[in-house]
Design a protein around this ligand. Structure first.
Ligand SMILES: O=C(O)CCC(=O)C(=O)O
Ligand SMILES: [Fe+2]
Length: 265
């Protein structure tokens, strides 16, 4: 017997085979809210009115922000967004059915959502090849990655698929080398570049090697990332209460967590 709907099973099988899924946002209203508020916070940081074409504004932000000012600008935008009480709920709604199929329905969510802005030919915000687990994340975590603009070519990120990744781990000491560049060199023909369009969401396995390269497209990349895991699955360095927060605990679990046997005096 299979205890899952056809749709959940399709998502689960695809995730297991490829290490990721790309789907249309599960809640269009939530996506519009995030995209609109990002543009509003960005425009306010630049002290300009919000342009009517939000996606072009974001794609062309390199015309308004110098590379040297990019990190301060990025921090201002993500701090402004994280200060909005609805932000995390909107983010969760985008991916809820996919998270339920891949992770479960009692979830812990990262408290602060991250933002990447990668301007054309900018070397300052690159993420060399890594798996989050290499720096202490739990392998039970998944990343929900949300593009605010179309991400393609070198404007996108790459991921090493599960079979290639297992081989890479086995052969790590022989072929890894000591620099990220030589590690990337050894996998560059096997990685998959993940084209994700505005309006879609990517959920990927952060324990598989991934990263990005110099953005050689003519547009700026805007993407967000946030980790989710089953509340009761093992934690790595990122702990509940500090980094993660339970968001969908069910009453039986709440009961179980506070239950104590009758006292025998
Ligand atoms: O956005 C990227 O290019 C990489 C993101 C990443 O490494 C992550 O979310 O764990
Ligand atoms: Fe990562």
């Amino acid at each position: 017997m299979i205890f899952a709907s056809d749709e959940d099973l399709a998502v689960a099988n695809e995730y297991s085979a490829n290490g990721y899924i790309i789907r249309v946002n599960a809640d269009k209203e939530a996506f519009n809210w995030i995209q609109k508020n990002t543009a509003a916070v960005a425009a306010s940081a630049l002290k300009i009115d919000v342009p009517s074409d939000i996606e072009s504004f974001l794609n062309e932000i390199h015309k308004l922000v110098e590379p040297s000012a990019l990190n301060d600008f990025r921090l201002k935008v993500i701090q402004g967004l994280n200060a909005l009480p609805e932000f995390r709920l909107m983010y969760f709604r985008l991916a809820k059915p996919y998270l339920e199929a891949i992770v479960g329905n009692e979830l812990a969510m990262q408290q602060r959502i991250n933002l990447s802005i990668q301007m054309p030919d900018d070397t300052s915000s690159l993420l060399p090849v890594h798996a989050d687990t290499w720096s202490g994340d739990s392998p039970f975590e998944v990343v929900v990655w949300l593009p605010l603009v179309n991400c393609f070519g070198t404007k996108a990120m790459y991921l090493l698929p599960p079979v290639e990744s297992a081989k890479f781990s086995d052969e790590f000491s022989q072929r890894g080398g000591s620099s990220s560049e030589s590690i990337f060199d050894s996998i560059k023909n096997e990685v998959k570049w993940l084209e994700v369009k505005s309006g879609q969401v990517l959920v990927f396995d952060q324990s598989l090697p991934h990263g990005n390269r110099l953005n050689r497209e003519s547009e700026t990349r805007w993407s967000m990332n946030c980790r989710f895991k089953g509340v009761f699955t093992p934690y790595g360095d990122k702990k509940p209460g500090e980094f993660f927060e339970p968001i969908t605990l069910r009453p039986a679990s709440r009961r179980g967590m506070t239950y104590s046997l009758p006292r025998i005096s």
